[in-house]
Design a protein around this ligand. Structure first.
Ligand SMILES: Nc1ncnc2c1ncn2[C@@H]1O[C@H](COP(=O)(O)OP(=O)(O)OP(=O)(O)O)[C@@H](O)[C@H]1O
Length: 196
């Protein structure tokens, strides 16, 4: 689904990673490992084709992807329903029932039409996560998806990711918390590459 070849990145005179090569295949659930500041977000943005900075190497995409960053992309003046409609319009689809179902699944039933600036941090995150229920992209790149999500939400999100990879898709995520999933988890170490 994605191939990274000899990726290298230097920030502020510090080499974060170099010569990093790996492939992400169908059915893989990959967690990027590393301490604060190691370069996980930078790597994910490179993989998503969003990096504003110069880096070495090349990324080849073999499938459409969805990137969810940890900085909320929810627009405060729009309601959750409008935010999701705006996002999925980019995929050429608008389906009010599907949007309502996605918001319901992330626990935002009753908040569909509230201006998003009136939502909590966790509810903002949930609006973003609702995009996972609507996306048709086979490859998900998720940066700290569990941030500000309560325990039930974490369990639901873990199950959603497992369903996605079991269906033959792939997920690459960063997370500081260990995943409690009964599925083979591949670890991507910024210095050593992809570990089985
Ligand atoms: N805006 C910036 N300007 C200059 N250097 C930056 C900037 N943002 C990040 N960096 C540098 O890049 C390094 C990697 O940042 P990145 O956000 O990729 O790390 P991370 O592994 O995702 O960290 P965390 O786990 O804390 O989110 C940081 O240690 C910092 O030195």
């Amino acid at each position: 689904m994605l191939e990274a070849e000899a990726l290298g990145l230097e920030r502020g005179g510090r080499v974060l990673f170099e010569g990093l090569s790996f492939s992400v295949r169908r059915g893989q659930l990959v967690q990027v490992e590393g301490a604060n500041g190691a370069g996980k977000t930078s790597l994910l943005r490179i993989l998503a084709g969003l990096s504003r900075y110069g880096y070495a190497g090349a990324v080849t995409h073999r499938a459409p992807l969805l990137f969810l960053g940890h900085q909320s992309a929810v627009k405060g003046l729009l309601t959750p329903r409008e935010n999701l409609a705006w996002h999925i319009a980019g995929e050429g689809a608008y389906d009010d029932a599907a949007i309502e179902d996605a918001l319901d699944r992330v626990g935002l039933h009753g908040y569909e039409d509230v201006p998003s600036h009136a939502l909590s941090a966790g509810q903002h995150r949930r609006v973003n996560l609702a995009r996972l229920y609507l996306s048709r992209a086979p490859l998900w790149l998720l940066d700290e998806p569990f941030t500000a999500i309560d325990r039930d939400g974490v369990v639901e999100l873990e199950a959603l990711m497992v369903r996605h990879v079991e269906a033959g898709n792939a997920v690459v995520l960063t997370s500081h918390q260990p995943l409690a999933v009964s599925y083979t988890l591949h670890r991507l170490n910024l210095l050593e590459g992809l570990c089985p």
